[in-house]
Design a binder for this molecule. Structure first.
Ligand code: HEM
Length: 495
């Protein structure tokens, strides 16, 4: 199998065809560039590469740096599940080690090694990841879902009377940030500026460094506060975990969690809502009860994984993958988008994947996404609650006018304009309770939650009125609150 195959380092780096030639987009060695004007539709490009090279294809990244992109489902799984063959530590990547890739390479933010669990392996990976996953297990999922539902209601309140909205900038980009700020323990930092800063930092515009600094300053303040006085939230559990993370490590992991969660979940929400609005069969199955919202979200994770590719995996020794000779130090892109469309597992792309969760959207192996239940919860509850409130929602532009901003790593819907009959506001009081339970108690029980009050998290364009204090969980519920809770319960049950 390997005898006829190519190797990235064997590639003949002769100059490409002259300008004007139809093959001009090909780079040195006749390799396909994964960037530039001819890589606008990466989905199409991956399929051409699959036809040409099979399940693992040699490509060129910016500045014509060679890389493999893994297109097969089984090959992607093998890649992430073989830590003895592949590592996420980019310091062994040949083009970086030999100086071909310079520190100012445009993809450096994805590639540069950092002291975080995503780039660590072995004992160090276990130390860092143990702290992250332990902090996640303290999150009470019932309270989490309640917060997501109430944030959704508060966000819908901001546009429901207008009868029009953009579900990307007014909903999908906001909900994950609101929820993540609460999980981390900084609900007061959630506002329009934080959402814009995170989006800007991820886009890599001229103001990206400034925006990144804005987010990091908030995370630094949070780390310092929780080091001095731990509370019941994700950050405090990270700070106090026996793994003994330094302040820098805590801050870097907060950044990892905030950005990974925000970007991926915002994409998932936008993709799933787009599917509901533009694919009539999909919506009919949802409203007819043949498909639940969680099943719709899972289908979206198959068809449009929020991260199309993940940088990167690096070969620790000479090996073989999908018939290609992989040399020690070669780089490989883990690629959920083409992997999920592998014709060997999906001969008919229109067939429903209901009940099958073996997609690659959350990765796999030692680095498999530890936040997938949180990402799923935000998408499930958010989409369900939004569709319940705005049941007559329609796309407000021709489908062909929808635009995406694409990079190698992800594909982000720019806007999703919708219209609906104007609706009245709904009474929503965001609960100021923390979502984490004290470390020693693994299950939720009334009375285990902190009762100190913090202001409501939902930002308002003008000065918000102070939130009504949340009663102790065991205190009698006032009559007006009972009415709200009853209405919420009816809404939750879809009555
Ligand atoms: C729909 C939402 C999400 C998707 C699609 C997603 C996807 C992914 C993927 C593909 C990876 C890389 C796996 C690999 O390297 O093989 C990853 C890693 C990670 N994700 Fe997520 N993620 C989502 C939500 C979240 C959330 C909500 C959190 C935190 C609350 C989170 C935290 C992390 C962390 C900490 C890692 C690094 C794990 C490690 O390297 O050991 N993710 N995620």
């Amino acid at each position: 199998m390997t005898s006829d195959s190519s190797s990235l380092t064997d590639t003949d780096h002769t100059p490409g065809p002259p300008p004007g030639c139809p093959a001009h987009h090909l780079g040195p060695g006749g390799l396909q560039r994964l960037y530039g004007p001819d890589a606008q539709d990466l989905g199409d490009l991956y399929e051409r590469l699959r036809e040409q090279h099979g399940t693992v294809a040699p490509v060129l990244l910016h500045e014509d740096v060679p890389m493999w992109v893994v297109l097969g489902h089984a090959e992607n799984q093998h890649l992430v599940r073989s830590p003895s063959l592949y590592t996420r530590d980019s310091r062994i990547w040949s083009p970086l080690a030999d100086g071909t890739v310079k520190p100012d390479h445009p993809l450096m933010p994805h590639i540069a090694w950092q002291p975080i669990c995503s780039h660590a392996e072995g004992d160090e990976h276990q130390r860092l990841r143990a702290a992250v996953t332990a902090a996640m297990t303290t999150i009470d999922h019932r309270t989490l879902r309640r917060h997501i539902g109430l944030h959704t209601q508060a966000m819908v309140n901001r546009f429901c009377e207008r009868g029009r909205a953009d579900l990307v900038s007014q909903f999908a980009d906001h909900l994950p940030m609101a929820v993540m700020c609460e999980i981390l323990g900084m609900p007061e930092e959630y506002n329009d500026r934080m959402v814009q800063a995170a989006r800007d930092a991820l886009k890599g515009t001229e103001t990206a460094i400034q925006s990144h600094t804005y987010v990091m300053d908030a995370l630094s303040r949070l780390t310092t506060r929780r080091r001095a006085r731990p509370e019941e939230d994700f950050t405090s559990h990270l700070v106090t975990h026996p793994a003994g993370l330094s302040d820098d490590e805590v801050r870097e992991h907060l950044r990892l969690v905030l950005f990974a969660a925000y970007e991926a979940t915002a994409n998932l929400l936008a993709n799933a809502l787009r599917m509901v609005l533009t694919e009539p069969g999909f919506r009919a199955r949802l409203s007819g009860g043949q498909m639940t919202v969680p099943e719709a979200i899972e289908q979206s994770l198959w068809d449009e994984p929020p991260f199309s590719t993940v940088f990167g995996y690096y070969a620790k020794q000479d090996t073989e993958l999908g018939g290609q000779r992989i040399r020690k130090g070669d780089g490989l892109l883990f690629a959920p988008a083409p992997g999920n469309l592998d014709p060997r597992i999906r001969p008919d792309l229109s067939a429903s994947m209901q009940g099958n969760r073996s997609h690659l959207a959350f990765g796999g192996g030692p680095h498999e996404c530890p936040g997938q239940d949180i990402g799923r919860a935000i998408a499930d509850v958010g989409v369900d609650a939004l569709l319940m409130r705005l049941s007559d929602i329609q796309l407000d532009c021709p489908e062909g006018e929808l635009r995406w901003r694409s990079s190698i790593a992800s594909r982000h819907l720019v806007a999703l304009p919708v219209r609906f009959e104007p609706k009245p506001q709904q009474d929503v009081t965001l609960p100021p309770r923390p979502m984490a339970v004290p470390a020693q108690r693994s299950t939720w029980q009334a009375g285990t939650l902190r009762t100190e009050q913090t202001p409501a998290a939902e930002p308002r364009p003008t000065t918000p009125p102070p939130a009504a204090p949340e009663p102790h969980p065991t205190a009698p519920v006032p009559a007006r609150r009972r009415g709200i809770l009853r209405r919420l319960l009816h809404w939750w049950r879809g009555e």
